[in-house]
Design a protein around this ligand. Sequence first.
Ligand SMILES: *Cc1c(COP(=O)(O)O)cnc(C)c1O
Ligand SMILES: [Zn+2]
Length: 416
Amino acid sequence: MSFAIGLQCRECKATYPSEALFVCEICFGPLEVQYDLAAAKGVVTHESIAAGPNSIWRYHDLLPDTGVGPVDLGAGWTPLRRADRLAAVLGVRELYLKDDTVNPTGSFKDRVVSVALSSARRLGFTTAACASTGNLATSVAAHAAAIGWPSVTIIPADLESSKIAMAAIFGGTVIAVEGTYDDVNRLCAELVSEHPDWAFANINLRAYYAEGSKTLAFEIAEQLGWRTPAQVIVPLASGSQLTKIAKGFRELDELGLTTGAAPILFGAQAAGCSPIAQAFAAGDDTVTPVRPNTIARSLAIGNPADGPYVLDELRARGGDCGSVSDEEILECIGLLARTEGVFAETAGGVTIASLRQLVNRGSIDRDQPIVAIISGHGLKTLDAVVDTATVTHTITPSLAAAQSVLSPHLVMETSS
Ligand SMILES: *Cc1c(COP(=O)(O)O)cnc(C)c1O
Ligand SMILES: [Zn+2]
């Protein structure tokens, strides 16, 4: 059963039933799902969780009520990989990669979509929709296809061709908007009122959608033997993932399921779209919108909805926020692949490059454990690397030609 008891305004704390609501009727603040953690304590245990499926739904007690079964393609329960070879290059002692590249549609968005569409089905919606920087569209279209729902996904027109193909293959309606993600988001906010039976995963279902990100915290804790990691670095788009990772660790602590302090959270942004990093550095409480210009398109949200809440979480325990160039992003996609065998999309390059930056700055403690969220698969942004990741040699089909280009001792280059 779910211990969710309703929705609560993040600003004025007014409460609402678990219905199709997303803004507070009193102060227009965003709503968040609330749980009866006192009732869950002692009922939700390490054993009850371990008895569940190898997906996010092993934590169904701490997720929104699904009514009947969840809308489920198998999101979550992704590997937490110890990354000693990358750690050695970065000069840190204990590094783990939370490898969300292996989700059903290749990104962390499967977690949030599975939760959002489960709630959408319970609430009587009939069409799945979203405003997306690419990965969300793919995940919404896939989960909708799996339950026979139509989908309408709206994306900026300049996305990577691989992301457009991945969104379109599931047969839904994909609309490309000649504008930025922030233009797409504005348009979708207008469409919400025109189409009351459409579940926009990240708009009118946002309170439910966001809960899916908590499962990253739940899995990391469980995979570390219910010990919290000292430090977690998270890529930022709207900022929802980071704030809900923080919420997830808090809920586990309240339930008495973890040992160790709440992790220090760190953000990762591309310099070409770093409104949160800029606000953090300036000591501001609000985020000034920017116009994105970066290869990390999945993170290219110039006006992040959860920006102020991210600033609070970063400052709560002495975190920081990285801001890295497109060159560093590409370099670190390669570094991660060469050292650990994990091929990440541009967002993963942002996370690893920011990790390196914050270690060098002294914000991240190199002697304490670190978890880095690798949120999307490299096949999603092949366009970004096709010019640099190329064949080593091209030869005629003869042994002599092969020998002439091969040195007798092949050396794997890891550092750069
Ligand atoms: C959406 C996304 C994120 C972060 O999303 P938030 O809006 O901050 O929750 C991170 N990585 C990838 C690959 C994404 O698609
Ligand atoms: Zn309110």
